[in-house]
Design a protein around this ligand. Structure first.
Ligand code: NAD
Length: 489
């Protein structure tokens, strides 16, 4: 029985610093449930002084506790215990489902195992990557020695609170750093509980601290803090640009930036079974109510199969039903809040004003109290300059464009700002490989859409979709800096 009573979930105090949940004196931010819009908690926003305390303690703890200098295998053991506790914890799924857009069954069956496995992957990385030896004169020795940065600031969005935290904390902690993490102010509590479990697993107190608050106050103080040596961020492209500039200004700190997307789904007339392709496209733009950076939101389909594919998609979209995230039968996610709902509505209105036609959906589901559940929406929007084609909407909205020749399809797949992911659907291997080469995106999925559970495959965007990679050994190595050493003997 996974369903639960949202009024009975016990919330931790927002911040988690030096092994303690704690409150601060900052401004009180209201936190609302996405499923019905109801306020369920207030959060005291961490001010610059609170951030200073969290970062300074992390800086001291990572050295004093021996975490940075511990044998990598010891760090791996702690991370593996942490992953076990995350999987076994009874309160974590409810905290995640209550405050985020993820239905409880999805949290239990996907988000929690995926979070735990990401941490296990980095536990395995801890002792797998070494430095280098260089050919030098006989009487000298040249080496490249990897070392942790010290304190890494992590800043995460609201769409996948737990797994985003694991992608940041797993590699950083495995490499011997301390982390101060600021989750989204819209989804604060599950991450605070996750940090408490890390300390229960044996992570020294203070090595992972959570500070809560808005980006403008808490986030910017964290990026600017002089003891923060690196910033790892996931969120929108606009915020990423701001963080990159702040990180440069306050100490030329390296950044990993996982940003927005507007990913194409390029379907050729030899893509195979229409129903299978339709199911793939559908999942690609409706998962988490379309609130996924990797959402495949631009269908670009070859004319010969456009009509049957669109007809199948329209029929599938009509089967969706809203349901609160604490009900185990719910499958479809609400939008995070009214602000996001109004954004989806306004882009659709602007798209229609510029000639887009609604093929299905286009409206909020009625009778869902103050929850914002948006009907899966297909928009026929031929112009590449249509707002629905240009902008990341972050809702379940798929634009449809039709092409005749391969070259035309590839041109439509390109985007002026984003280059996060792309789906290519064709049974012709040469065509798939030509498209893979031509498309400017950090990830190309061929005859699938979405990640596998293979954490070894990194993820990250080109162009305005980001810099650097999360996941894979690349994310672990990005949490180490490389020291060049030359010894004469
Ligand atoms: P957002 O950029 O508004 O906020 C992300 C985080 O940054 C939040 O914690 C926020 O408080 C913080 N923040 C905001 N301003 C800041 C500042 N000036 N300094 C420091 N921190 C600041 O994004 P969001 O609305 O929470 O999430 C949705 C966005 O995230 C979408 O654009 C989505 O594509 C992107 N995203 C990308 C990936 C990826 O892997 N590429 C994954 C998930 C989400």
């Amino acid at each position: 029985m996974l369903s639960f009573d949202p009024e009975k979930v016990i919330l931790p105090a927002g911040h988690y610093i030096d092994g303690q949940h704690c409150d601060t004196q900052g401004e009180q931010l209201s936190v609302n449930r996405p499923s019905d819009g109801k306020p369920y908690a207030t959060l005291s926003e961490a001010q610059a002084g609170d951030v200073d305390r969290a970062v300074t303690l992390a800086h001291q703890a990572v050295k004093a506790s021996g975490w940075a200098s511990a044998s990598p295998r010891e760090r791996g053991k702690v991370l593996r215990r942490w992953a076990d506790l995350i999987e076994q914890d009874a309160t974590l799924p409810q905290l995640e489902a209550l405050g985020s857009t993820r239905p409880i069954s999805d949290v239990v069956n996907h988000e929690i195992p995926f979070t735990a496995e990401a941490i296990r992957f980095y536990a395995e990385c801890a002792d797998k990557y070494s430095g280098d030896l260089f050919p030098t004169r006989d009487s000298s020795l040249g080496m490249l020695v990897p070392e942790p940065y010290g304190v890494i600031a992590a800043i995460t969005p609201w769409n996948f609170p737990l797994s985003m935290a694991s992608w940041k904390c797993g590699p950083a902690l495995a490499a011997g750093n301390a982390v101060v993490l600021k989750p989204s102010e819209l989804t604060p509590f599950s991450t605070a509980r996750m940090a408490e479990l890390a300390v229960q697993a044996g992570l020294p107190s203070g090595v992972l601290n959570i500070v809560q608050g808005s980006g403008a106050v808490t986030g910017s103080a964290l990026v600017a803090h002089p003891l923060v040596r690196k910033v790892s961020f996931t969120g929108s492209t606009l915020t990423g640009a701001r963080i990159m500039s702040d990180a440069a200004y306050h100490g030329m700190k390296p950044v990993t930036l996982e940003l927005g997307g507007k990913s194409p789904q390029l379907v050729f007339d030899d893509a195979g079974d229409i129903d299978t392709v339709a199911q793939r496209i559908l999942r690609g733009f409706t998962a988490n109510g379309g609130q996924a950076c990797v959402a495949g939101t631009r269908l670009i389909v070859q004319r010969a199969i456009a009509e049957p594919l669109i007809a199948r998609l329209v029929a599938l979209c009509q089967t969706f039903r809203p349901g609160v995230t604490w009900d185990e039968t719910s499958r479809y996610a609400p939008l995070i809040d009214a602000r996001q709902g109004n954004k989806v509505a306004s882009v659709i209105a602007a798209a229609k004003a510029q000639g887009a036609q609604v093929l299905v959906g286009g409206e909020r589901f009625a009778d869902t109290a103050d929850g914002w559940f948006w009907q899966p929406t297909l928009l026929s929007a031929p112009g590449a300059d249509n707002p629905a084609v240009e902008q990341e909407i972050f809702g379940p909205v798929l634009t449809v464009q039709i092409f005749d020749e391969e070259e035309e399809g590839l041109q439509l797949a390109a985007h002026a700002i984003y280059g996060l992911c792309a789906g290519v659907h064709t049974l012709s291997l040469p065509r798939a490989l030509r498209a893979m080469r031509a498309i400017e995106a950090g990830t190309v999925w061929i005859n699938r859409y979405g990640r596998s559970g293979d954490f070894i495959i990194p993820t990250g965007g080109f162009l305005g979709s980001g810099i650097g990679k999360d996941l894979g050994r690349q994310a672990f190595q990005a949490c180490q800096r490389q020291k060049s050493v030359l010894i004469d003997f």
